[in-house]
Design a protein around this ligand. Structure first.
Ligand code: 1GP
Length: 267
């Protein structure tokens, strides 16, 4: 290219444009681990993926500064996952993260997937077996994989996750077992620890357990299951949860989105 001949100097874009570009290029894990404020994810069950509900719910989620949309379920009886993700993507820019109940719940239209290893259980299929089957499909999909140590905590009722996984949860008063399990997960290289009382749990994960686990790990801690109101969300965050996941309560009353989000963000 010949030198000279340029008329005037090119306008530099303002700094915020660079920041927006950097943010768009960041992967989901960098977003999760880099945020200093507490994060809030809504869990959508593909079985409940009605266009009108999704539209209303996502409008509220965007207005309420929700961080992520999780999609998945322990037991899907319809082949709705792809349709559901397309509906969500048409309505929001929020990142969509798969929270798969089985190796069949892989979809390249999502932004990331929690690669769950059920480290509270002793079912080899859910520790490594299903992952071996899923690995080539995940690679071909190009989706960002988030290695996650998944820990089920006794919840006071028999949840679908518990029944389907054919495992025993960690007893809710056994903080020490939860701490050791989370530490082992991190030492094995898992980038997230997710303690879950299970969808529709009567009792959420106890705050004392959250506090003790958080003291011993350095990767982000996700807490879900049985969070039905802003107080539980706030207390869980104050105890050490970096991200809260709520599904059932919001399915029943989507107005809870803004109250729970406010509680999470002010914790
Ligand atoms: C379940 O943590 C999620 O795996 C959400 O649970 O449906 O009880 O909110 P809820």
């Amino acid at each position: 290219m010949p030198c000279g001949g340029r008329i005037g100097s090119p306008q530099k874009p303002p700094v915020f444009v660079y920041l927006l570009l950097i943010s768009a290029m960041m992967d989901i894990y960098s977003h999760i681990s880099g945020k200093t404020e507490k994060q809030f994810a809504i869990l959508l069950d593909p079985e409940q993926c009605d266009r009108k509900l999704i539209k209303n719910l996502l409008a509220l989620a965007t207005d309420s500064a929700v961080d992520y949309i999780f999609v998945g379920g322990s037991l899907l009886v319809n082949d709705n996952l792809d349709k559901c993700i397309r509906l969500i993507k048409a309505e929001t820019q929020l990142p969509v993260i798969l929270f798969p109940g089985s190796e069949m719940q892989i979809n390249g239209n999502a932004d990331a997937i929690l690669m769950l290893s059920l480290i509270s259980g002793r079912n080899p299929e859910l520790l490594i077996g299903k992952h071996v089957i899923a690995a080539p499909y995940l690679k071909a999909s190009g989706i960002e994989v988030l290695p996650t140590g998944y820990i089920l905590i006794e919840s006071g009722n028999s949840t679908t996750a518990l029944y389907m996984s054919n495992t025993m949860p960690i007893p809710r008063e056994k903080d020490g077992i939860a701490v050791n399990t989370a530490m082992a997960g991190e030492m094995l290289g898992m980038k997230l620890i997710y303690m879950d009382a299970g969808s529709g749990a009567v009792h959420p994960v106890p705050v004392s357990m959250i506090r003790k686990v958080k003291e011993q790990i350095s990767v982000p801690l996700i807490i879900g299951g049985g969070i039905t109101n802003p107080e539980i969300a706030r207390e869980s965050c104050r105890a050490g949860a970096d991200m809260i996941v709520v599904g059932t309560a919001i399915e029943k009353d989507i107005a809870l989105i803004s109250d729970i989000s406010a509680a999470v963000k002010s914790a």
